[in-house]
Design a protein around this ligand. Structure first.
Ligand SMILES: [Zn+2]
Length: 95
């Protein structure tokens, strides 16, 4: 389930953020989901990321504060995965 919009989706399509057993928060960039720990999922969608961030939903799902760089990593992943033709350019930035 996406922590941003709350919708169910195939996990393979989503970005997994993991709280490792040592308490670190990392983005699982492996397709095989190798990173162990408590996971939370976000759709590869800037709006879902914004919602997960604003409402502190990601931090709540993981039960630890989420560092800024984690959000940046997720954002970078979203950009990577977005089709080149998407209208994503510029809309989700700022404000
Ligand atoms: Zn979502």
């Amino acid at each position: 389930m996406c922590v941003g919009c709350g919708q169910m989706r195939p996990k393979m399509e989503m970005i997994r953020v993991v709280r490792t057993p040592t308490g670190q928060v990392v983005v699982d960039t492996t397709r095989s989901r190798k990173v162990s720990g408590r996971g939370a999922y976000v759709d590869p969608n800037p709006e879902c990321l914004a919602a997960a961030r604003k409402g502190n939903k990601l931090a709540r799902a993981l039960e630890v504060p989420v560092p800024e760089e984690v959000f940046q990593q997720v954002e970078a992943l979203i950009r990577e995965r977005a089709p080149a033709s998407a209208e994503a350019a510029g809309t989700a930035e700022g404000s």
